[in-house]
Each structure stands twice: as C-alpha cells, then as structure tokens.
Design a protein around this ligand. Sequence first.
Ligand code: NAD
Ligand code: MG
Length: 394
Amino acid sequence: MKGICILGATGSIGISTLDVVGRHPDLYRVVALTAHRDAERLAEQCRRHRPKVAVLADEGAARRLGGLLAGMDGAPEILTGPAVLEEVATLTEVDIVMAAIVGAAGLLPTLAAARAGKRLLLANKEALVVAGEILMSAAAASGALLLPIDSEHNAIFQCMPPGYERGLERVGVERILLTASGGPFLHRSLVELGRVTPEQACAHPNWSMGRKISVDSATMMNKGLELIEACWLFGTRPERIQIVIHPQSVIHSLVQYVDGSVLAQLGNPDMRIPIAHALAWPERLISGVSPLDLFAVGHLDFEPPGFDRFPCLSLAIQAAEAGGTAPAILNAANEVAVAAFLGGRIGFTAIAEVVAATLDRLPARAVPQDGLETLLATDHEARLLAEQMLPSSV
Ligand code: NAD
Ligand code: MG
C-alpha cells in the first residue's frame, strides 16, 4: 500500500490522478490533497478519497472547506499557509507525490518532494523550466525517482533504453522527436490569430486540460516549455530534439536511434495513461482508458511547425539555448501574459510580444551553484516587468 500526496488535486491532472488511484484502493492510499481555492471540489474529493490532510493555499477557502466537512466522520486535518505544501509533500506516510500545481507556484513543494526522496510524478513542467538543474540534482542526490507525466515525456521515457541517464550518445540515441498537436489554431493565419478569444484558445481539439496549459498549447509555448523540460529530463540539448506536428495526438513522441530505428509510444489522448504508467512503473496498471482503435484513427499526419505564426516556440528555443536565468524569465513573463489574455486585458498575439519584450529588457544571467534564490528573484523581477507592459497598468 503506497501513500500518495496530490499537489493540485482539483485541477485536470489531479482529477485524472484520483480517477486512476480510485480504481486501485488495494494499492494506493490518499494521504494528502492540496488545491488553491476550490473548496467545493476539494470537499467532494475528501469525502470520496478520505485523505488524512487537506490543504487550501487560500485561507478563506480553507475556512470554507472546514464548514463543508463539518461533521464528516474521519474528516481530514485542514491546513493553510505558505510552507504547508512543502510539509505535506514530505510527510513520512507519503511515498508518491503527484506534482500537478500549474506554474512556478509548484516549484518549492515539488523540490521539497525531490529532496525528500519521494517517487515524484512530475506534471508541473514549469518547475523544471525554472529550476531544471536544481530539481534534477536534488532528485539525484536523494535518490528520488522522477517520472514524467507530460504525455510526450512519458512517451519518450517509455521509448528510452536502459542506462540513458549516462548520456544519450552512449546508448545509441540519435535524437528525440517531440510531437505536438499544434493546438486549436494550427492553420490559422496571423491576422485571424489576432482576433481569437480565450474560449476558442481553451477549446483544445484532442485534450481536456486546465486553462493555462490550453492557452500555452494554442500559442505553442507549451511545446517550447516541453523542449526545455525534455533537455533536463533526458540530459540533452535543444538541437537533439525535433518538434513534429502530429494533429491526431495518437503518437505521444518518439526516440530515434543511430541504427535508424525509431520507437514510438501510442495511445488515446487521455492523461490517465501516463499517470497510471508513472504510478506503477516498472509494473503496469489498468488506467480506465479505452484501447486504441487504429481503424477508427484511420491515418496519422505529420508536418513541421510554423515558427512564423507561433513566435512563442522560437522564444522558448532561444531561452533554452541561452540557459541560465533565461527559461525562468520566459516562464514568468508567459504566466503573466497568459493570465492577462485569459482576463481579457490583451489579445492572443500580444502574449508573445510581452514575453519577447521581457526577455529583451531582462538580460539572462548564469545561475550560481544552488542558485534557487537567484531563480526566485528572477521570477519575481520578470513578473513585475511583464506586468508593466500590460495595457491597463500603464
Ligand atoms: P489546472 O489549472 O487544471 O489545475 C491546477 C491545480 O493547481 C489546481 O488544483 C489548483 O488549485 C492548483 N493551484 C493553482 N495555483 C496554485 C497556487 N498558487 N498554489 C497552490 N495550488 C495552486 O492545471 P492542469 O491542467 O491540471 O495542469 C497542471 C500542471 O500539469 C501544469 O504544469 C501543466 O502544464 C501540466 N500538464 C497538464 C496536462 C493536462 O492534460 N492537463 C498535461 C501535461 C502537463
Ligand atoms: Mg504535453
């Protein structure tokens, strides 16, 4: 019986994780559930999964949760406050941590789980983008098993040979083919992109996800963040990763070997597959996802990405190549710009403009050894700068 803590339980990944875990009550016990402010959904999850601890980052929401669970037999302890996420992610009863908070807000608890040697299921790609080196070395030092949840990275992991951690060249891997659906605006012209709404941006053709990652998929910043994520997870450089548009999202990514072999992982686009994989690895678990029907899929298409219409992709690749604090600046500016787009303050194409201008104004620096403070300060500074570029704050 393994104890699990879900950081970001009320989100899209959190809900899918509880769906898989709930199918295997003999294998997993929910120890802690955390969320930002959705007390109603967290209360429902507490009644169904009976965690020991429930956390809401927002204090008012935590009080509301107390009211909602009053009188519940075996009600969880309800906690709130800044350091509490790190505390619950490192509880001794917790063996597995699902890191599914969205954005850099997830970095510190994810890092705490890595330092504590937990099995770390990493959905929160922004944590790796901001502090890849620190997170990877923390996991290596503690022996934490870090397993990717992002469907592409989980696919790449499944296609990698044993010993790939020693270096891809040493195990005959030539390059990684990172697939991208292209999002809801794959073939829209630049003029049309200027007019798209948050609702259109969040209506992804294949995946049902949280609003931030849905917008990232529409700008293709998501693929840029994923390229940086892949560099850290698989110890490689941007030039060894090719982005391939594959609109059906059936192949979740591929690994090409020096002998010409290419291995791919396929499946229906449902996050319960990578979640079940990482929960049980190296064993396999029923995920609840229906089997892939290749006859229903019919055909698989591939095309190169349109860098001119998706400038976020180039910005992310440049930040990956620059290294140091550049990915943290890129991520922070993007979080601010996406929130502004979702809040109706800027148009879709302005997201890339805000990110580009922030990267221009804040030169990237090298990150000193154990430079967490440097990265957190950079994240803060980049957010302030990006905010200043938004129309209503001028
Ligand atoms: P979501 O918006 O649906 O859920 C986010 C969760 O984080 C919620 O539980 C929310 O309460 C919590 N949260 C948000 N801000 C917080 C804060 N400041 N402090 C504490 N908790 C906070 O997001 P999602 O789609 O589930 O994505 C979560 C992460 O997984 C993201 O990093 C995303 O890029 C990654 N991911 C998601 C998918 C997907 O299919 N949804 C696929 C691959 C990767
Ligand atoms: Mg992905």
